[in-house]
Design a binder for this molecule. Structure first.
Ligand code: NAP
Length: 477
């Protein structure tokens, strides 16, 4: 085996996939293939689900909660003890700056710590029913949960899905994105080191259309926890419909960044580039539509462009790099198509949108002004380093434009007038909104979207409760 696992993890065994297909793993900073990973066949998915069901029934479901918590705390410690090697692997596979990758691993460990603690707080209710007697609820685990994850935060999102599901007493089959399976496999390896029973977490890379489809439709899978595109999310919801499987969907976004003239707008202009260009724009929360109040528009754009041009773009293994390459050639081409279309429509590309010299899927962050509200770059999720800024004069009209989208994931409002900021925050149709901050993800708080941005919530107690069924028990007098 290489320094990191590249096989399928089924029932505690590392197995070469029986299929002919292998996934080529490419370093986005060099464009070199540095590993090959087994791709699960539908049969192997079936085998993993059956093993997960057996692990659920034969001990994990009924393990005393304190013992389960101890195992998950142990897993968090294993993650922390291996932070550097996991972060280096994530950087090599995704192209994200090493500082961001270290943050991601730390955040993943925190997720396991949080849910290990939450096990003791997963409570039912006692209910005073009208006819007397004694009525109470239990929160019971579901069984096998399928976790299907994207390529932009492969380690962290795997932790978001796996930790609450395991904490609630379910077993999990995890299918990571084909482009970036390495740190999910590493997570599987760490569950072994931490002493979790075999079969409780199985990790099977494989294509979405084959392995993903087989997982979603397997009759023993009770719930699908999915993060990815809105299109695939809709497909999964349809596939889950016949068996009324539970689904949690964290999908795309086109989030607003609203700056009023009374805000500390110099601070907003300095901080906002990283609200859209962090992770090279490959972030569901990217604030890619900016609404700037007219009186400050020109000055704000100048500051924003200067702050963007000051970002350090380059080798992701360098500690000081802020923006790395995109994950693959086709994602870069997709982003470029939005910039080219804007240019052809006569919009103003204030900076970026071009490729720096050399290897790697790099794209200089692009800032566009002059967009119309019907432009594709203004309306569609780009999932790359491209942002559009438009001025506004009237709060009500601006809010109508903000909500004139099928998405509703995240966003920011900047104003020193807290009443105004909260009034606007209440009216923005999104699952998460920040005031005078770009921070929108907190382990302890629910995270998810309105409209086509998703269904259900990751993180917080909501995610753990969504991995249980509520059972009502009545005891007669
Ligand atoms: P994607 O193409 O939807 O893929 C996500 C996962 O679904 C991958 O593991 C993929 O496998 C799998 N898949 C594809 N087709 C499937 C099918 N028919 N059945 C079952 N699984 C299937 O998304 P992506 O390109 O990896 O990620 C980018 C998207 O994720 C963006 O839209 C972004 O906004 C969204 N995202 C949302 C959040 C959030 O929390 N709201 C967070 C991060 C990302 P393959 O890799 O083999 O195709």
């Amino acid at each position: 085996m290489s320094k990191f696992p590249t096989q399928l993890l089924i029932n505690g065994q590392w197995l070469n996939g029986s299929g002919a297909k292998r996934l080529a793993i490419i370093n986005p900073a060099t464009e070199e293939t540095f590993a090959e990973v087994s791709a699960a066949t539908p049969d192997e998915i079936g085998q993993a689900v059956e093993t997960a069901q057996a692990a659920f029934e034969s001990g994990w479901r009924d393990m005393p909660p304190g013992q389960r918590a101890e195992l998950l705390h142990g897993l968090a410690k294993c993650i922390r003890d291996n932070t550097e090697s996991i972060a280096q692997l994530e950087t090599r596979n995704v192209g994200k700056p090493i500082g961001d990758a270290r943050w991601e691993v730390d955040a993943g460990a925190k997720v396991f710590e949080y849910y290990a603690g939450a096990i003791g707080h997963l409570c039912g209710q006692t209910i005073p029913v009208a006819r007397g007697g004694f009525d109470f609820t239990l929160r019971q685990p579901m069984g096998v949960i399928a976790a299907i994850t994207p390529w932009n935060f492969p380690f962290l999102i795997a932790c978001w899905k796996v930790a609450p599901a395991l904490a609630a007493g379910n077993s999990v089959v995890l299918k990571p994105a084909s482009l970036t399976p390495l740190t999910a496999l590493r997570l599987g390896q760490l569950t072994q080191e931490a002493g979790l029973p075999n079969g409780v977490l199985q990790v099977l890379p494989g294509s979405g259309a084959e392995a993903g489809n087989a997982l979603v439709t397997h009759p023993l899978v009770r719930k699908i926890g999915f993060t990815g595109s809105t299109e695939v999310g809709a497909t999964i919801m349809k596939l889950a419909a016949d068996d009324i499987k539970r689904v949690s969907l964290e999908l795309g976004g086109k989030s607003p960044n609203i700056v009023f003239a009374d805000a500390d707008w110099q601070r907003a202009a300095a901080e906002s580039p990283m609200s859209v260009f962090a992770n090279t724009g490959q972030d569901c929360c990217a604030r890619s539509r900016m609404f700037i109040e007219q009186p400050i528009f020109d000055d704000f754009v100048d500051h924003f462009v200067a702050a963007t041009e000051a970002l350090k773009i380059g080798n992701p293994t360098d500690d000081t790099t802020q923006v790395g390459p995109m994950v693959c050639a086709s994602q870069r081409e997709l982003s470029e198509s939005f910039v080219n279309e804007a240019r052809n429509e006569g919009r103003n590309i204030r900076t970026g949108g071009d490729r720096p010299d050399g290897n790697g899927f790099y794209l200089n962050p692009a800032v566009i002004t002059g967009s119309e509200t019907g432009d594709r770059a203004w309306r569609e999720e780009i999932f790359g380093p491209v942002v559009c800024l438009r001025p506004f004069t009237d709060e009500g009209e601006m809010l109508q434009e903000v909500n004139d989208t099928n998405f509703g994931l995240s966003g920011t409002v900047w104003s020193k007038d807290l009443n105004r900021a909260l009034r606007v925050a209440r009216q923005v149709e999104s699952g998460v909104i920040s005031v005078n901050s770009h921070s929108s993800v907190h382990t302890e708080a629910p995270f998810g979207g309105f409209k086509r941005s998703g269904l259900g919530r990751d993180l917080g107690m909501s995610a753990m409760e969504a991995c249980t069924e509520v059972k009502n028990i009545y005891v007669g007098e």
